[in-house]
Design a protein around this ligand. Sequence first.
Ligand code: E4P
Length: 216
Amino acid sequence: MDLYIDTANLDEIKEAAALGILDGVTTNPSLIAKEKGVTYHARLKQICEVVSGPVSGEVISTDYAGMMKEAAELIKIAPNIVVKLPTTIDGLKACKALSDQGTKTNMTLVFQPLQALMVAKAGAFLVSPFIGRLDDVAEDGMDLIHRMRQIYDNYGFRTKILAASIRHNKHLVDCALAGSDVATMPLSVIKTALNHPLTDSGLKKFVEDYKKAFPG
Ligand code: E4P
C-alpha cells in the first residue's frame, strides 16, 4: 500500500519524506489556503521539489472548460503533478478528456460506490473516498472502501483506491486490510503508526538488562 501525506505544509512533508516511506502527497484548496505567504501554484511547485511521487493539485473551477484550463496550467508545474478534480458531471468529462491525453487525475470527494465506478470508466488514475467525513455523518467510511474494492476487482479496473480523510490509526489498519491501494493521512497518523507501549517497555528492558550484564 502506498502512503501519502495529506498536507500542503512543507515542513511536515519534509519530515514525512525523511522517514523514507513516503510515496506521494495530496493537497486540497483548504490545505493550501492555510499556508501563508505563498501562491497556490508556487506551493505545489515547492512540494514537487521535495517529493518525486504523485502530488495532487486540485482545480478550483466547477465547470468543464475551467477545469481543463486549470489542468493545462497545473501540469506545467512538474511531471509528477496529478490533477485533482471534483466527482461531478463536469469533473467526469474532464477526467475522461485528461486521461485520454495521458494526464493523471485524482477524482475527489467520493462518498458512494457508483461515483467510483463512473470515474474508473473515465480512466481516473486515483479515486479519493473520504472515509472520515462519512464517519462524521454517522455513515461507514470503511464500508465504502470494501465496496469499491469489490467493484474494481469484479471488472479489473486499474484506478487506484486512495483512502482519504483518514483521521486515526484504526482507519489506516482497516484500509490496509480492505486492500486500499493508497492511503493519505496527516503527519500525526504517519508518526504514530509505529507506536506500541510494549515496544517501548520491551526496548527499555533490553537496554537495562544489557547494561546490568555488561557494565562499562
Ligand atoms: C484528500 O485528498 C483530502 O485532502 C483529505 O483527505 C480530506 O480530509 P479531511 O476530511 O480530514 O479534511
